[in-house]
Each structure stands twice: as structure tokens, then as C-alpha cells.
Design a protein around this ligand. Sequence first.
Ligand code: PXG
Length: 464
Amino acid sequence: MPHTRTTAEWQAADAAHFLHPFTDFKALAAKGSRIITKAEGIYLWDSDGHKIFDAMSGLWCVNVGYGQRSLIDAATRQLETLPFYNAFFQTATPPAIALAEKIASLSPPGFEHVFFTGSGSEGNDTIVRMVRRYWDLLGQPERQVIISRQNAYHGSTMAGASLGGMVDMHSQGGLPIPGIVHIDQPYMVEHAQPGESRDDFGRRAASWLEAKITEMGADKVAAFIGEPIQGAGGVIIPPDTYWPEIQRICDQHGILLVSDEVICGFGRLGEWFGSQRLGFKPDLMTFAKGITSGYIPLGGVLVGERVARVLIDQGGDFNHGYTYSGHPVACAVALANLQLIEEQGLVQRVRDDTGPYLARQFLALQDHPLVGEAETCGLMGAIRLVRRKAQGAQAAEAFGSDQPAGMLCRAHCFGNGLIMRAVGNRMIVAPPLVMTTVQIDEMMALIRRCLDLTWTEVQALGWV
Ligand code: PXG
């Protein structure tokens, strides 16, 4: 679209008509939005011509970076051939069939079937309907309860927001819906006991699932859902002992295990799926975002054989689906995206090259006076800002609730052409998988500059 208006004109029209997601409408209208007008590779440009380093891949999704010709061409070709047809009423389109086949070929053994949706939230709504349908078909309709975690993010529909554990979301609109309960997240900063090892903490955090199952009654529990690494919650990387123990507990009680791969899937952690990196074997996986690198909306659920066999062999109609389930243009773009990821070896590159390189750079950040811990997994990383670093046996001291250091840091990122997310006082990156080590150096220089500016500011404010 041609940029026929000035920034101020765009902002005025935006404030007059566009209600943004997760936004204080009045405050944004007073301040004015940042208008993004174009992108190439790992960079964005705003309507004033500023170049911005996108360390968040759009919104955890632009895995192959911006401007990839093969995705653009795939969309154009499909729009010309068949812009839409549905997958209801015993029909299908070639891109949807080919994509389901392709995803099955990339997924771990035991995944042969895919249900398409328009987004990650719709994928998780599908999970709720599907796991309850599964237990109904097995003659155990009382298995309704789905266990999730505090501070999880599983989307913003009624079911997605209920599965999520975001307090601010639950406080609006009567959530969570019935039958969804939460256990604490495996976040050591919040929950570790003095002197507890990482491995011991991981096992103890997993034991909260066992306790919740006992509380609810195992015969009432349908499934447990979790992100391999919590993304929107602040890149919470669990100890290595956590997921295998979660798996053991689910297996022991026959409970379905669901991996929400919306962020961690399609190479983010150096494997095709995050559950492979974190060492567990789910029964179902939700995906979205990276499946099309965000070029066009698409989500879905990968259905493992345990569930698929029951739905297919005993099922009858499954009364669920969306107009855009298997949208041909979205599926064509996804196919081109997966082909590009394979051709460029991006998953291996993250595992063997850029992931370990980023990990070393983040480790080096730990000498910064503001940094409590800096940790990564694949191309996902978080820096916890603290008011006093750990000293000997003395744990690091967090900023007070009236000291939003993360917000200050984010403002410096904004001012210095770097996009990072702030979740409380955790500063987060999830850059495009095409990023080179040279570009990682560029990002680290920007991060250090923003940390230095934040450090100067918190000193001036007397927060440290
Ligand atoms: N599951 C996970 C793990 C997600 O991260 C969804 C489901 C929902 O996907 P859709 O496509 O319905 O948005 C997500 C989305 C943030 C942020 O601020 C994260 C998401 C969405 C919006 C903002 O980090 N994740």
C-alpha cells in the first residue's frame, strides 16, 4: 500500500478507528502508534524512515525473516489458481492435503494427522474440544478437566485464555471457563527453595502436577497442556528434569499430554518441535506462527496416533471446524516456508551454530550490573533485570513492583532501533532463524547499549 500519509495522519486515523489488541485504547490514542511501513530480512522501517532491528520476529513468528520471494510467489500463484475453497462437505484442496502430509513427515514418529485452524488460539480451542471428544468416545465422559499452568499463554479466545494462566486475562470476562485448572509454573526465581539444585527443582515443580491430579481425581483429568518453554510468560526455561517427569506422571495416569508448539515449533529451539528439544513425547501438538513465518494466518493441531485412531475408527462426526480450516493460500505459503527452512538448513543452523553462539553471548551479559541471569534455548532468550546482583550465597535482589525497570529498558530499545519484549523485568528476544552470527553481534551491541542506558537511569532514579 502506498505511504500516502504522514506519520501524524496515520496516527490520527489509527486513534479514530483501530482498536488494537491488548491495549489501553485511550492511552495509546494520546501517545500515537508507531507505524511500521516495510521490512526486509531482520529489519523493519517505520513511517519516519527509521530502521529497526526486529529481535522478536514480528511476534515470535517471522522465522525465515521478511521479504522471502518464494513465499510471496507461492501466495500469488495460489491466489490466481484457487484463492479459497473450504474443507467441509467432503472436499479438499491440494495445498491443504500436501501441507498435512508435509507436516506429518517433519514431526516425530506417531504423528500422521493434522487439523487446521486459522490461529494458535483456535488450535487450542480445538485441543479442548478434541481431548474431551476423545474421552467421550472411550466411554469416560467424566474426564473433562484440563490442567495447565500459571503464567502460561495459550491464546485469547475463551478456551485459549482459560488454558492460559494470565491473571490479567482471567480478571476480565468471567474466565477461566469450567474444567480448566492451573498449577504453578516451573520458574526458579519465584518458587525455588534456598540451596535447591536446578534438577531437584525441576522434579519438584513437576510433582505439582501429580498433586493436582490427586486433588481432582485421576479419572476426571483429560489432559495436561504446556508450552515447552513459556514464551509470552517471559521465556521461562524449565530445568532439564521437568518435562521427562511431567511425561512420566501423565503416562502413569493415562492423561493426554499436549505440547503447545505455537512459539517453540518449526525450528525456534533447534529442532522441528520444542518437545523434541525438551525431551518429551506429547500426544497432541498445537502449532501456528512459524508454520507460515507469519506471512499469512494459519494454525492447527498435530494429532498423534493414540488420539487419531479413536477419532477416526470410533468417531463419527467431530462437530468442529472453521471456515479457514485448511485455507489453500495459507497452506501454499506454509509449504513454501517449510521448503525454505529445509533448503537453508535453518533448524540445524539454530541447533549447531547460531543457537550456541547466542547462548555464549548471553552468558557474557551476566557481568552487566543490571543482569541477574541471562539464559537462552535455541533462538529464544531472556535477561532478568535485577536491582542487586547475587553475591556469594546472597540471591539477586529483584526490583520492587513500583520499579518497572523492564519498561524503562524497553523504552531505550524503542529509542535505539531495537525491538525486544519486556515481560515484567525480563527482557526477551526471539529473533528470526535466518539471523547470522554477525547479526547476533549487532543485536548484542544494541542490547548492551540499552542495558547501559537503563542502568544509568535506574541509578539516577535511586532504584539501585
Ligand atoms: N499458544 C502460544 C504458546 C502462543 O504464544 C498462542 C497460543 C495464540 O496464538 P494466536 O495465533 O491465536 O495469537 C500464542 C500466541 C506476546 C504475545 O506478547 C504472544 C502471543 C500472541 C500475542 C502476543 O508475547 N502468542
